[in-house]
Design a protein around this ligand. Structure first.
Ligand code: FAD
Ligand code: EPU
Length: 353
């Protein structure tokens, strides 16, 4: 098959990726292949220019830092179908293609009278990327609502339907994130409730936001609106200031280490993270060292949030990586805590030791 002639498949040589990553850094892919229908994947992967390669799968590019240009083709799935595939009394199963924009899915689910995804409103990116790092915000992780993930297994060419258990989800983690290149996510099934009576409101600031909007008995859409308002205040808009949201994961440390840190730094917030473990806010650690608002050329840390690495315009991926490394090394030297990046790094490995 000659790919450029295939319907629903677009192939671009020497593709510029600046508009395809929310850091807005310059990078070039040897090829960009965009596929509307995931059922074509077997053919597409067996044909030039993808044949014999492990392509980099890209969604909205909101959780990736191009430290260097990729040396493999980039593959994007662009199908955006969404439909209810099972409607029971109290809940429904909603299927969405990988290429659908995540926030559009959240809004579509609310329009259908389905609840559960509202705390995850306004997270950038695509449905297909949501399971990769088990996106989470405001007290909810997407795994809580995933029934199954549809994947194309690259080694066998099989289309599989993986149960939530098989995905091995963790905090900002999954089987997919640990073994990139093994599966291409083609679609996701979400089990969503028709009962709008039990919103998740535990995350700091959410109740206050709803109260200040005059909402007394919040419904799912009120929660989405409150989350959107908080996010717009706290996080820079990538269309204005290049970023990938939180650049570091919040570190999870054993309780004895957390207790020792609490003795030395009583203001350091801590959160329970399972048996014998606590989660520490990386933003606090970084902020306390005075990095918020740091700027080195066009690379820096957001003035509004210490966890957000930003590109003020023309920073390269390497310059952003160097700022992140400097911040992480200082946190390690001061607190003995090793920060790990959340986005996928292309062309670099994270080794701060
Ligand atoms: P990409 O950046 O394109 O890809 C991310 C990773 O997923 C890469 O490894 C890529 O290879 C892989 N991937 C993408 N699509 C597929 C597929 N179909 N099959 C296999 N692998 C695939 N994240 C949160 O969890 N919570 C937040 O609150 C949050 N807030 C954010 C706020 C801002 C302003 C920004 C810029 C980012 C934020 N993020 C947040 C991070 C990001 O939005 C999510 O990780 C999102 O799911 C990434 O989607 P994407 O389509 O842009 O993925
Ligand atoms: N803080 C500071 N300085 C700051 C910002 C925050 O000290 O500049 C401290 C405060 O003590 C605050 C704490 O850090 O209470 C936590 O801050 P915030 O509530 O903003 O949450 P976060 O831990 O920085 C996490 C996720 C976000 C998610 C929000 C809301 C991670 C790595 N990040 O941020 O996800 O939107 O909670 O749930 O878990 C992302 O993954 O890209 C992302 C944006």
């Amino acid at each position: 098959m000659t790919l450029p002639d295939a319907p629903g498949v677009r192939v671009t040589p020497n593709a510029l990726l600046r508009a395809l990553n929310t850091f807005a850094v310059d990078a070039t892919a040897p090829w960009l292949v965009e596929v509307d229908d995931a059922a074509r994947l077997a053919d597409v992967l067996a044909s030039a220019p993808l044949r014999g390669t492990t392509p980099l799968v890209l969604g909205g590019g909101s959780n990736v830092l191009f430290v260097a240009s990729p040396d493999v083709p980039v593959l994007r799935l662009t199908g955006r179908d969404v439909r209810i595939i099972d409607d029971a009394a109290g809940s429904a199963l909603l299927y969405a293609d990988a290429g659908m924009e995540w926030h559009a899915l959240v809004m579509a689910s609310l329009d259908l009278g389905l609840h559960g995804l509202e705390n995850l409103a306004l997270i950038p990116g695509t449905v297909g990327a949501a399971p990769i790092q088990n996106i989470g915000a405001y007290g909810v992780e997407v795994r809580e609502h995933i029934e199954a993930v549809h994947v194309f297994e690259c080694a066998t060419g099989d289309a599989l339907r993986l149960s939530t258990g098989e995905c091995d989800f963790g905090y900002r983690d999954s089987l997919f994130k640990r073994v990139p290149g093994r599966y291409i996510v083609t679609g996701v099934e979400f089990r969503l409730s028709r009962n709008d009576a039990a919103p998740v409101l535990g995350y700091a600031g959410l109740v206050e936001e709803l109260a200040s909007a005059g909402v007394k008995a919040p419904r799912a859409r009120d929660v989405a609106n409150a989350v959107i308002a908080i996010r717009r205040r706290k996080l820079p808009d990538p269309a204005v200031l290049g970023n990938a949201g939180s650049f570091f994961k919040n570190p999870i440390v054993p309780t004895d280490i957390a207790d020792a840190l609490a003795c030395m730094h009583p203001a350091l917030p801590q959160f329970h993270a399972g048996d014998g473990l606590r989660k520490l806010p990386a933003a606090w650690l970084i902020d306390s060292l005075g990095f918020k608002g740091l700027r080195e050329g066009d690379a820096g840390i957001a003035p509004s949030h210490a966890l957000v690495l930003v590109n003020h315009g023309e920073a390269t991926g390497r310059q952003l990586f160097d700022v992140a490394m400097r911040v992480a090394r200082t946190v390690r030297d001061r607190y003995g805590v090793v920060l790990e990046p959340e986005p996928r790094l292309i062309g670099a490995t994270w080794d701060i030791v």
